[in-house]
Structure formats: structure tokens, C-alpha cells
Ligand binder design. Structure first.
Ligand code: NAD
Ligand code: IPM
Ligand code: MN
Length: 352
């Protein structure tokens, strides 16, 4: 029997609640499909920061590097500034492990309705391929003339040829397995260095994929299209910041943040990939046991798919679909009154 060694970092807020449910589902699916999971849990979080002054130990990356995959809850909670908590854990892990693809698939799940009136499930299925290692997320810059009337800050972006090319190529290859359409998010009318460079590389890579229909849209217009004509989008490739924003929007039109999974993927397999929901720690509902665990359960399905357990991944998605379609168990974001635990257990039980 194959045994996978997995790391779990529940993190902060509802990250903890939804990770418990995702692990429940994973333990059930592994028993059913003949593989075993050996878990190690890491308490890296804002709580750890409050006690020890660091989100993770200094050798945190080394500790994780031996695992076959990582399940992450969410990072960030009031009390620790977001740039401290996120740059102390999530962002360094994405970079250290070269998880340069942030894959964020969304679809309208059975038994749920979109905020977009009259849209059917087949019109609402797309994937954001987000650059996850560079771009607008940069520590380069700083504050100048502090305390003076001419005070200013500089926030640099870094777009490398290697970094842009590999994420765009990943999107085109993915498109070949789906609709053969790629839309690139640009903003070359406003950002005069980074985005023209992005567009140039997009055109070069597109020329290598004559069988894939490609287009580019300014990200503002693309956001409008996602609301008005989502059926005209399938694979959307975007820089780190644009992909971040578009993925919350994509989640919103397909049932909400409680339903959208995400994979931080290192396609080479040389270091572990990390799976999490698109959403954050939701301090407004933390500690109430009412967060929707579906996004994290679907992230867990992406994790087992990444391990090569495709049938198990499909079984998790089918179990989620069945439970939502029945409509008996619903968390408040889905219009119900059930708890995180009830919905997680219902999905685990639907696996048989
Ligand atoms: P958020 O995603 O945590 O919450 C936004 C809204 O969506 C809130 O009203 C919340 O209650 C709701 N929501 C989110 N997930 C839900 C779920 N599973 N079920 C029901 N409702 C849900 O975004 P935010 O408020 O901007 O961020 C809160 C904290 O999380 C911040 O510290 C932020 O930096 C961090 N964050 C972390 C990650 C991550 O670790 N990957 C992602 C996003 C935000
Ligand atoms: C996400 C989050 C993070 C990001 C934040 C918390 C740094 O919003 O995973 O989408 O922007 O990457
Ligand atoms: Mn985000």
C-alpha cells in the first residue's frame, strides 16, 4: 500500500475549522481507495507569532521539504499585521518551494445558485492560472522622506522572462486539456513596463500554440466580462495581483468564497506543492463553527489528484456534489443553519 507523508498547517481563524473537515474527508477517502496518509501537524500561525515572535521556525522550509504535499488552512489574524504574518509564512513557502503556479478552478456546483441571475452550471466553469512567485508581490521598495510633506513610498514589481513565460506556457498547456481558449489579463495601458513585457511574452508563447485560441484583455474589462459573459472565459492567465483579485471574483460568481479551492503547484515535483482554499481566515466568523468547509475539501481533492490518486479526487468531488445537490446540509453562506462539522461529516459519509 502506498503511504503519502503529508504536512498540515491549519493556521489561523476558520483555517483551523475547515482543515479538520478536509482531513476527515481525506482519511475516509484513503481508507476507501487503498492508500494511507501519514500526517504531521504544524502549529505555525499568528498565535505562534504572539508567543515566539515568528510565524514559523527558522528551518521551517527545510522541515517541510521532505513531505509529499502540504495542506494549509489560512494565514493572518487581527493582532498581527497582515504583511508580517503573510510574509512570515505563506509567501515564503510559495517561493521557497517554487510553487509558481497558483491554480484556482471554479465551477457552479449542483444545488447551488450563482449571484448572476439565470446562469447555468455549464456557463460557469473556469480556471484562474495565477503567477505565484513574483510580479507585484515584491519586498523591493521603501518609504522615503518619512514625516515630511513630500513623503512617498516606492513599491516595485518584478517580472522575469523565465517567470512570465513558464506561467503562460502552463496556461496554454492546460487549455489544450479543456476548451483550447486562453485569456490573458493585462493592463498595458496603465503599467508601461511590466505589462507590455507580459503581453510580448504572451504573444510569443501563443505563437507556439496555434491550436489554442488566445486573447488578451485589460484586467478591468476582464472583470466586467467575468460578470456579464462568464461563458466566454475558460482559462484565464494572470499576474500575481491580478490573479488574486480575479480569483475572488470567480469564486463569488460560482457560489462564494466558501466553495473555491486553490493549489500552489511546483510542476517539476522537486519540492512539495501546497493546497488551500482561496479564502482567508475570516475573522468575522472565526470561532463560531459555521464556515463552509467545501473550498478546503475541494483543495484536499486537488492534493490527492496531485499525488496521482485521480479516482479518489473524483470521488471527493462527486461526494461534495451529491451532498450539495441533496441540500439537506448547508452552512449559513449557503442559506442554511448547519455547522462546519455537519457539512464535513456529510461529505465524508457520502464517500461510503
Ligand atoms: P476572507 O476570505 O478571510 O473573508 C472574506 C469574507 O468571506 C468574510 O466575510 C468571510 O466571513 C467570508 N468567508 C471566507 N471564507 C468563508 C467560508 N469558508 N465560509 C463562509 N464564509 C467565508 O478575506 P479577508 O477578510 O480579506 O482576510 C482575512 C484574513 O485572512 C487576513 O489576515 C488576510 O490577509 C488573510 N488571508 C489569508 C489567505 C491565505 O492564507 N491563503 C487568503 C486570503 C486572506
Ligand atoms: C490568497 C491571499 C494571499 C495572496 C494573501 C493573504 C497574501 O489573498 O492566497 O489569495 O494574495 O496571495
Ligand atoms: Mn486572495
Amino acid at each position: 500500500m502506498t503511504t503519502y507523508r503529508l504536512a498540515s498547517i491549519p493556521g489561523d481563524g476558520i483555517g483551523v475549522d475547515v482543515t479538520v473537515e478536509a482531513r476527515k474527508v481525506l482519511d475516509r477517502v484513503s481508507a476507501r481507495f487503498g492508500f494511507s496518509l501519514e500526517w504531521t501537524e504544524f502549529d505555525w500561525s499568528c498565535e505562534r507569532y504572539a508567543q515566539l515572535g515568528a510565524m514559523m521556525p527558522e528551518d521551517g522550509v527545510a522541515q517541510l521539504s521532505a513531505y509529499d504535499g502540504i495542506l494549509l488552512g489560512a494565514v493572518g489574524f487581527p493582532g498581527v499585521p497582515d504583511h508580517v504574518s503573510l510574509w512570515g509564512l505563506l509567501i515564503p513557502l510559495r517561493r521557497a518551494f517554487q510553487q509558481y503556479v497558483n491554480l484556482r478552478p471554479v465551477r457552479l456546483l449542483p444545488g447551488t445558485t450563482s449571484v448572476l441571475a439565470g446562469r447555468k452550471a455549464e456557463e460557469l466553469e473556469l480556471v484562474i492560472v495565477r503567477e505565484n512567485s513574483e510580479g507585484e508581490y515584491s519586498a523591493i521598495g521603501g518609504r522615503h522622506n518619512a514625516g515630511r510633506p513630500d513623503e512617498f513610498v516606492l513599491q516595485e514589481s518584478v517580472f522575469t522572462r523565465v517567470g512570465v513565460e513558464r506561467i503562460i506556457r502552463y496556461a496554454f498547456e492546460l487549455a489544450r486539456t479543456r476548451s483550447s481558449r486562453v485569456c490573458s489579463a493585462t493592463k498595458s495601458n496603465g503599467l508601461i513596463h511590466s505589462m507590455p513585457f507580459w503581453d510580448e511574452i504572451f504573444a510569443e508563447v501563443a505563437a507556439e500554440f496555434p491550436d489554442v485560441r488566445s486573447e488578451r484583455m485589460h484586467v478591468d474589462a476582464l472583470a466586467a466580462r467575468m460578470v456579464q459573459a462568464p461563458d466566454r472565459l475558460d482559462v484565464v492567465v494572470a499576474s500575481n495581483l491580478f490573479g488574486d483579485i480575479l480569483s475572488d471574483l470567480a469564486a463569488a460568481i460560482t457560489g462564494g468564497l466558501g466553495m473555491a479551492p486553490s493549489g500552489n503547484i511546483n510542476p517539476s515535483g522537486e519540492s512539495p506543492s501546497m493546497f488551500e482554499a482561496v479564502h482567508g481566515s475570516a475573522p468575522d466568523i472565526a470561532g463560531q463553527g459555521i464556515a463552509n468547509p467545501v473550498a478546503q475539501i475541494l483543495a484536499a481533492a486537488m492534493l490527492v489528484e496531485h499525488l496521482g490518486e485521480t479516482v479518489a479526487a473524483q470521488a471527493i468531488r462527486a461526494a461534495v456534489d451529491r451532498v450539495l445537490d441533496e441540500g439537506r446540509v448547508r452552512t449559513p453562506d449557503l442559506g442554511g443553519t448547519d455547522t462546519t462539522e455537519r457539512l464535513g461529516t456529510a461529505v465524508a459519509e457520502a464517500l461510503g
